[in-house]
Design a protein around this ligand. Structure first.
Ligand code: MG
Length: 393
């Protein structure tokens, strides 16, 4: 049976607790409603046209961008998250446009070199308020994109911004006004934000398995220790004995994604039927998320995560990359913070502006913004330009 077409602009045919334009808390700077698009479609379109979104193509998740053309980048990861999240949203009659906007924007604040880069920048910023990648994604869409005449940032709706800010320290939440409230009150965001968060997990667990196998840092045999993988492996082996390695892996990975999506939709629908939230506000006032895996799937999922941490993220070849990333980021931060005149002119202006607002913390923040915006290869080239006397500046 096919799902009836939804009209996201009016919210008809959406579940009563879905986000809609009508129930939106709006934008920081009021704007007339868009022609022919919903408010959340407009958010998505602004995200796609943002410079920070284009740079995701050259930023990595686990592997460094130039290690191979076949691995996921932040851009392909974000597209995979959007695909998974939209499927879930449509199945649950939630707002697909909002879901897509959140998914495409969720990693826009990521530093070069994946998690290693983020940890390095956080360390550099310890005396200046720290660095949180979710908060940086929000900073990109709220302040750093310079495209519009009337405002800085992209002026996105509250709901998209709420979805982007997955986590936030209490200290920072207190400074964020309405958007930070839920962290202080320990309540939940809308369902579109909740599901995109889990779609992100489904995407990266599955594609890290895929990329790890392709890079031969993991073996199929080793992965059969993990129940979630083993179940799919056995099904594929039984259905297609003698299938090539490449096809076997893909058949497993697609099943990995599918079984988690199906579980998520079913157990979340069950919760929603039990709790019956009347509307979006009722969803937001809950202490626990309504979008969840079943207990069994959550356990299997954790087992896979533990396996990946142990065998992939801590693999010596990944660690070498992380150690290099740490050095590059640290060196760049120190050089620019100590002598901002080494920065390109635009970045120097930002240092000056933020310094006027918050003295040396502002200076550090402007340097962190500049470094966080770099792609992997740009960071490597900048490092060369700043530190290698033989390299042209
Ligand atoms: Mg992500």
């Amino acid at each position: 049976m096919s799902t009836p077409l939804q009209n996201p602009a009016t919210g008809s045919r959406l579940a009563p607790y879905a986000a809609t334009d009508a129930a939106s808390r709006g934008r920081l700077h009021p704007e007339p409603a868009p022609d022919y698009r919903s408010e959340f479609q407009r958010d998505r379109d602004r995200i796609i046209h943002a410079a920070a979104f284009r740079r995701l193509e050259y930023k990595t998740q686990v592997f460094v961008n130039h290690e191979g053309d076949l691995f996921r980048t932040r851009l392909t990861h974000s597209i995979e998250v959007a695909q998974i999240a939209r499927s879930i949203a449509r199945a649950m009659r939630l707002n697909e446009d909002l879901t897509e906007a959140v998914a495409l924007a969720h990693d826009m604040g990521h530093t070069p070199f994946g998690h290693a880069g983020q940890d390095a920048l956080n360390e550099c910023m310890q005396d200046h308020g720290g660095f949180e990648h979710n908060l940086q994604s929000l900073r990109v869409v709220d302040e750093l994109e310079e495209k519009y005449a009337a405002f800085s940032g992209l002026n996105l709706t509250f709901e998209t911004r709420e979805g982007i800010l997955k986590h936030c320290s209490l200290k920072n939440a207190a400074r964020l006004g309405e958007l930070g409230e839920r962290f202080l009150q320990k309540t939940q965001p809308g369902l579109e934000a909740q599901l995109t968060n889990l779609a992100d997990e489904i995407a990266y667990n599955s594609h890290d398995v895929d990329d790890g196998l392709r890079a031969e840092l993991l073996s199929v045999k080793q992965l059969t220790e993990v129940r979630l993988f083993r179940d799919q492996y056995e099904e594929v082996k039984a259905l297609y004995p003698g299938l090539s390695r490449r096809r076997t892996i893909h058949e497993i990975v697609r099943r990995l994604i599918n079984c988690q999506v199906v579980d998520l939709v079913q157990s979340s629908e069950k919760r929603l039927t039990e709790q019956r939230p009347a509307d979006l506000d009722a969803v937001r006032s809950q202490a626990e998320p309504l979008i969840t895996f079943s207990d069994g799937m959550r356990e299997r999922n954790l087992e896979l995560k533990r396996f990946l941490r142990q065998n992939l993220y801590r693999h010596y070849r990944v660690h070498r990359m992380s150690a290099k990333a740490l050095r590059v980021i640290r060196d760049l931060f120190n050089a620019f913070f100590d002598d901002p005149r080494l920065l390109p002119e635009d970045a120097q202006h930002n240092v000056q502006r933020l310094r006027e607002q918050d003295s040396e913390h502002g200076q550090a923040r402007a340097v962190a913004d500049y470094i966080a915006g770099m792609t992997d290869r740009y960071a490597i080239t900048e490092h060369e330009r700043v530190y290698n006397p033989g390299k042209l500046t």
